[in-house]
Structure formats: C-alpha cells, structure tokens
Ligand binder design. Structure first.
Ligand SMILES: *[C@@H]1O[C@H](CO)[C@@H](O)[C@H](O)[C@H]1NC(C)=O
Ligand SMILES: *[C@@H]1O[C@H](CO)[C@@H](O)[C@H](O)[C@H]1NC(C)=O
Length: 592
C-alpha cells in the first residue's frame, strides 16, 4: 500500500478581476491568478471554478509558447515592483518573490519541453478526461451542455496530443516502454460501436430530479452522437499512432534524452525547489538509509530480539496481533488517534491552530492507496477530509497507523493545508496546488512538492516532540516509512544518472525497505515515469529539520519551536525561499 500524497481540491467560487482600485501588488496577484485559471479551463474545474467547464486546455505548441511569453510579462511586472517599491510590506514582498519563482520555474523549464510527453500509464487523455468529469457539477441542463461542449472539443485535443508526440519523436524527447505500458489498451476503451460501451457514457445515465423525459432523451441523443461519431474515431486514430508508430526510448534513464544531465538537474530543481545536485541527493539517501537502519536496530534491541532489520520486519509483518479484525475496528483505531490522542498534544509545538475541522472518512477501495487527504473548501463549507482505505483492513499493520495519521491529518497535510487556506496574506495562487499534469515537469508552473510533502514527512517526526512514539512498535513503523522515502533518493538518482538497471533499483528497495515486491515494482516504475518527483519528500523534510536544528543552535534560549513552525507554515512555497525566511528570522532574533 502507498502512503499517498495529498489531493488538493479547493472550491473558491468565482472571481471578479475588474477592481480598478486595487493596490498594484494585489492587482498583479489577481491578474496572474485570473490568467492561470482562464487559460487552463481544466485546472479551473479542478479548483472548483465552473465558469470554464465547457472548454478544454489547449495542448498546442503555440499555447505553451504563449505561456512562456505571458510568464515573461508577469516577471517584468514583478521585478518592476520589487525594484521600485522600497516600502513593501513583508507579506507583499514574500508574495512577489514567490510569484517571481513561479514564473521563472516555467521560463527555466521551458527549453526541456516536458509537455511533449503527454501520455503515460498514469496520466494523459485516456485517464484525465474521466477525472475531469468528476470535478464538474451536474445539476442543471446547462451543466450537461458544458460536458457536451467538452466532448465536442475532445477530438481536437486528441489531435493536439498526437502532434505533441510527433514533435517529441522528432526532437528525441520520448517515453520508455515501461511508462507506456497499457496505454494503447487504455485508449482502446474509448473506441466503441455504441455509446453505452464508452466510459464517457455514465454521466448520461442518471439525471437529477426535475429533468423532463424529453430533456433527458435529447441530451442522451446528442451524447450518443458525439461519442460514437466524433470521440470514438479520434481515440482510434490516437491509439493506432501509439501502438503502431510511436517510438519509445531504449534506456530507462531520463538523462538519455537530449540535454541529458541538465534535463535531470532541472527536474530535480523543479521537484525539490532546491539547488541540490545528483551526487548530493544520492549521498544524502545513502547516509539516511544507514542512519535510519541504525535507529531500527536500536528498537529491535530494546524489544529484546536478536534479529536483523529484514528478519524483524518479516516477523512483525506476519504477526496477526498487529492487524485489526474488520473495517470498523480499523476506522475506530484511526479515529481514536486523530480525534483523541493527537489533538491535545499539538499546542506543545504550535501557536496558532487552524480552525478548519478534520473529518475521517472510510473509503474502501482496491486501488492500493492506504490513505489520502483532501483539503477543506475555501468558504469553509467542506472540512478537510482524511480518507482511510478500509478495504485493506487486513493488510494495514497497526504500528504504521500513528505515522500515517501524523502525515495526512494533524500536524501534517491537514494542519498545513488549513493554515494556508485560512491565511489572510496568501494570494490564491499560493493556496492551490495544480495536482495534475506531472508529465509536463520541468516545463510547467510549480507544484511545491518539496514543501508540501516535505512538511507531511517532517510531521511524521513531530510524533517525537508530541510524545506519541512511546510504543516501540509505533516507532519502528515510523522508521520503516522513513527509510522507504530515503531509498527513493538513492534509487531515483541511480536510475536516471548513475546507470542503474530496473532490477538493481528493485533489489536496493527490497534490501532496505519493508515494502512488498509488488509495491516496490510499482514504485520503481513510478520513478522511471516521473524522474525526480519522489525525491522531493525526503529533501523537503530534511530541509525543514535542518533549518530547525540550525535555528535552535544559533538562537539557543531564544528558540521557540512554536514560532519556528508558524514561520515555516507562512512560508509555504519554494524551499529556497523558506531557507531565506528562516535565515532572516534567526538574524532578527527568532521573535514574533
Ligand atoms: C509600496 O508597497 C506598499 C505595500 O506593500 C504600498 O502600501 C505602497 O503604496 C507601495 N508604493 C508604491 C509607490 O506603489
Ligand atoms: C505467515 O505465517 C503463516 C502462519 O505461520 C504462514 O502460513 C504464512 O506463510 C506466513 N506468511 C508470510 C508472508 O510469511
């Protein structure tokens, strides 16, 4: 099972951008956000803004070039304010510098043209359109009209996807066969004789109350038409291209593409938002694996066993005492930790606890994800939701649950996400992460994985500060999660820059983590498909914990961890900026 990341979905309603009296900085932030949303209608739907639900993202080279030009335009506006206004408030200055990083990320990544790789087993039109439909609302006839509008535009988008892939082949920017596994069959699901066989039909099978029979029949008739006469043939064309013509690369390493190591360096920079290079990251991973293994050995000794780490892991993994009897018992276990055990301890290390409620929801699903978090809505109508996959109650050992809870709920994703959501000083573009189109990296706007997942992983270690790891088995579970993130540093750099084979990567993970072979293979294929992404978690956590250690050492008596955390949460964004903020805070004596 995976320790899943967060899925951020915010409902922020509509915006009005025509406020002539806005101060310069606010106007810039508003213009930027309005442009991002209106030029990416699929992102808008994801965020919960439904004004563009009848449109699709344009996926032409011209569009990506246009984004480059707009990025330069916003960069000019940011720098002109930063250069001229010497009386900027601190909040404005931070927001401007983050906006500057935001557009510079696009500009610096653009030459690598990640958008030429639009299909993989985990992303692309064959999975994304169905996801997109789940972000839409279906209450009125107009809502259904919007979906019909999108279906009508879909064939054109498929043509654009093929054109991008052809451009990629011409430039030598192509996927490996592992990344393309199953894509042909997945595209084939949309090639149908009758609309009812299409995965796109389901939205037209049930309608809210109040629709007349006539309305329903008319909508269904038009859906049938567009699905069979336009969408299905377009998918067939793309499928034929993918299965018969597309040329994959022979080498799993992303450095085998043009610009080799620069491309991978840019990907690492994109995902970690630091300047750490391949060698640094690889060594950091090896050091962390050794350190964490030492901690695991100590726990084994404390428990009185004379076993190696792999032997002990195998023993407890197969001990029925660590498994719950049914889904209800599993939920009760999670609820007790998140509602009763963790909250009373939080004020030990936090000054301002966010108000957004945390709700645990059982979500039984065979998809392999242990748990994930969904941010609360901007208007407060929906709490933050921590989804627990109860389907696997018999595969989820209890000694991992404390760590999972710290990561997804409090003080992890829920506390951090709610802090941003409730912040009065963060502009919209800082509050919402575009959790889609990973393949475009490094040629896209930032996802701040280093900060967001770094905080999640750092929060796991806060279990020590909060006094929650008294049970040695919980502590062992914590380390087994941590070592698996440390392995990623070694394996990702191994695959992409040090000539490792897939088998070598699998072997390393098998030797040093407690994951099952199936999960390890999935993990390694994910690293091949999204170079550098999985590295961000550990790098982010280490950045935060190293900054904390340095602040504590330099400030001595004056160091207050609660104020430190407040500063970190206010500095959500690129890790380089967080570092600057902490440095300035130390220099100023660690106050506020
Ligand atoms: C400079 O920024 C501050 C706020 O950060 C604002 O109040 C002030 O009006 C700005 N000055 C100019 C000349 O734009
Ligand atoms: C777990 O233990 C049971 C009973 O001792 C055994 O039958 C089973 O094969 C073991 N499973 C694993 C994965 O080791």
């Amino acid at each position: 099972m995976h320790v899943c990341g967060m899925l951020m979905v915010l409902c922020v309603g509509s915006f009005s951008s025509t406020r002539a009296d806005l101060p310069l900085v606010d106007q810039l932030m508003t213009d930027y956000w309005d442009w991002r949303i209106s030029s990416s209608p699929e992102f808008a739907s994801f965020v919960g803004i439904h004004d563009y639900d009848d449109q699709l993202d344009s996926m032409t080279l011209a569009e990506y070039e246009h984004r480059l030009a707009k990025s330069h335009e916003f960069l000019d506006r940011v720098t002109s304010i930063l250069d001229v206004n010497m009386t900027l408030s601190h909040a404005d200055e931070v927001n401007l510098r983050i906006l500057k990083e935001e557009v510079l990320t696009y500009i610096d990544g653009y030459p690598y043209m990640g958008f030429l790789l639009p299909l993989s087993y985990s992303e692309g039109v064959h999975v994304d359109f169905e996801r997109l439909v789940t972000w839409m609302v279906f209450e009125t006839a107009e809502d259904y009209e919007k979906l019909l509008g999108r279906l009508d535009l879909l064939p054109q988008q498929l043509v654009e996807v093929e054109a991008l892939m052809r451009e990629g082949v011409a430039r030598g920017v192509v996927q490996h066969a592992i990344t393309m596994k199953g894509v042909g069959e997945s595209l084939g699901r949309f090639v149908v004789e009758t609309a009812e066989e299409s995965p796109l039909w389901s939205t037209f099978t049930s309608f809210p109350d109040g629709f007349t029979e006539e309305q329903i029949q008319s909508l269904q008739e038009r859906a049938r038409n567009v699905i069979t006469s336009k969408v299905s043939p377009a998918f067939e064309t793309l499928k034929n291209y993918v299965t018969q013509e597309y040329v994959t690369r022979p080498d799993i390493a992303v450095t085998s593409l043009p610009d080799g190591i620069q491309r991978y360096d840019q990907l690492l920079k994109f995902h970690t938002s630091t300047n750490l290079g391949v060698a640094d990251i690889h060594q950091l991973g090896l050091d962390e694996v050794t350190r964490i293994e030492g901690e695991m050995a100590k726990v084994i000794e404390e428990l009185g066993y004379d076993l190696s780490v792999p032997e002990f892991s195998a023993m407890i993994r197969n001990d029925s005492n660590f498994y719950l009897n049914d889904a209800d018992e599993m939920m009760a276990y999670f609820e007790r930790l998140s509602y009763e055990v963790i909250p009373p301890e939080l004020s030990k290390v936090f000054v301002n606890l966010p108000e957004t409620e945390l709700q645990l929801v059982a979500r039984p699903s065979p998809d392999g994800t242990a748990a994930f978090y969904l941010t609360g809505s901007y208007d407060g109508s929906r709490p933050g939701i921590f989804y627990v996959n109860t389907y696997f109650y018999d595969k989820q050992p209890t000694y991992e649950i404390m760590t999972l809870s710290l990561h997804e709920g409090n003080p992890g994703h829920h506390l951090q996400g709610s802090h941003s959501l409730e912040s009065s000083s963060m502009p919209f573009f800082r509050r919402v992460m575009e959790d889609r189109n990973y393949y475009q990296a490094p040629s896209r706007f930032p996802m701040n994985t280093g900060f967001l997942e770094g905080w999640g992983l750092y929060s796991e270690s806060l279990g020590f500060d909060l006094g929650l790891f008294g049970d040695p088995y919980d502590r062992y579970g914590h380390y087994s999660f941590e070592i698996f993130r440390a392995c990623r540093l070694v394996v990702d750099t191994g695959i992409h820059a040090l000539g490792w084979t897939r088998q070598e990567a699998v072997d390393f993970m098998t030797q040093h983590s407690a994951l099952s072979l199936k999960n390890i293979e999935n993990e390694v294929d994910r690293y091949i498909t999204q170079p550098g992404q999985a590295v961000a978690y550990k790098v982010g956590q280490l950045t935060i914990s190293n900054l904390r250690a340095r602040a504590a050492a330099e400030l001595g008596e004056a160091f207050d961890v609660r104020k430190f955390h407040d500063l970190v949460l206010d500095s959500a964004g690129p890790l380089v900026l967080l570092e600057e903020e902490v440095n300035a805070w130390i220099a100023a004596g660690g106050g506020k």
